[in-house]
Design a protein around this ligand. Structure first.
Ligand SMILES: Nc1nc2c(ncn2[C@@H]2O[C@H](COP(=O)(O)OP(=O)(O)O)[C@@H](O)[C@H]2O)c(=O)[nH]1
Ligand SMILES: [Mg+2]
Ligand SMILES: [Zn+2]
Length: 293
């Protein structure tokens, strides 16, 4: 039987086939299955099965720590980073998610939610403008105050795509999912029960089908978004605003750290590359050198 992994919790996976939804485990200790994976399964009881194999992935989105990389989602083609006017979001997480998306060849956009909270709106707009300046599209919504307008804006962007929502806890990811997916709250309770996650309904990634070729994935609000797995070469290419300068450094193998006549650092000095982004690049370069696998 073939199916799609729609939720993962530890080594337990929920697989949806055309006809049934099965709680699955992998054979042996294999644990490299992710939500979004197309899998071959063997049904072992009414509601259980074993994952036999994983189909080739179109994309894979990772995060990682010093010790291992962790597959976040497979086969998504779009990543929406959800930020809000309140609570305040961190640029660190936004940029890390953007870098992960670039490295995976997944198109990224930003959603600024809670624009009804006018006190913080100007500041939030200023902050997301940095990403718009780099070339990322930013959409403004209010899941709570303007639900219909929010749905009307998001639906055409989602149609025909496999989209993952990423954002810190409290930004409004679940509120957006509830607008887009009818009965999402019921679905998540069912998934939670099937995976026996207890009350921890938001600690795992799950996928909802909107129609036959439209899916949306909700991910937990990550505290950490390590990118130790990225190599230096992948890193510099994952910053689109660096690209115009990459051939222009004095040394062809320039790391853009402290080398003389570095075109990237000159662009930081002149304000063409946001200093905050270059600082994150340096941090990620450091992480990349610290990985132990
Ligand atoms: N004012 C305002 N509050 C919102 C909006 N969207 C979500 N919230 C609230 O923000 C809180 C966090 O939302 P939730 O969807 O659970 O965020 P998640 O942690 O990213 O899934 C909840 O109390 C929501 O009611 C919005 O557009 N405006
Ligand atoms: Mg949530
Ligand atoms: Zn350089």
């Amino acid at each position: 039987m073939q199916g799609t992994v729609i939720a993962a919790h530890g080594r337990h996976y929920l697989v949806q086939t055309d006809t049934v939804r099965l709680q699955c485990v992998t054979r042996g200790k294999k644990s490299d299955v992710a939500v979004g994976d197309h899998v071959e399964i063997k049904q072992t009881s009414d509601n259980q099965g074993v994952i036999e194999s994983i189909a080739e992935r179109e994309t894979f989105l990772y995060r990682s720590d010093q010790y291992r990389s962790k597959l976040l989602a497979a086969n998504v083609d779009q990543l929406f980073i959800v930020v809000a006017t309140e609570p305040s979001f961190t640029d660190d997480l936004v940029s890390r998610a953007l870098v992960a998306a670039e490295a995976a060849g997944v198109k990224a956009q930003l959603i600024l939610n809670k624009i009804d909270v006018t006190d913080n709106l100007a500041r939030a707009r200023e902050r997301v403008a940095v990403y718009a300046g780099i070339g990322y599209t930013v959409h403004e919504v209010s899941a709570q105050a303007k639900p219909d307008a929010t749905r009307d804006l998001l639906m055409p962007l989602l149609q025909g795509h496999r989209t993952i929502l990423i954002g810190q806890s409290g930004m409004g990811k679940s509120s957006l999912i509830n607008l887009i997916v009818p009965n999402a709250d019921i679905a998540v309770r069912e998934i939670s029960a099937a995976l026996d996650t207890g009350k921890h309904t938001t600690t795992f990634t799950r996928q909802y089908a909107i129609d036959d070729n439209t899916t949306i994935l909700d991910s937990p609000g990550f505290q950490e978004f390590g990118l130790y797995h990225l190599t230096e070469g992948m890193l510099e290419r994952a910053f689109p605003e660096f690209r115009p300068y990459l051939g222009g450094c004095k040394f062809y193998n320039c790391h853009h750290v402290s080398e003389p006549d570095c075109a990237v650092r000159q662009a930081v000095e002149s304000g063409e590359i946001p200093a905050m982004r270059h600082a994150l690049y340096l941090q990620l370069l450091h992480e990349s050198s610290q990985k132990l696998y």
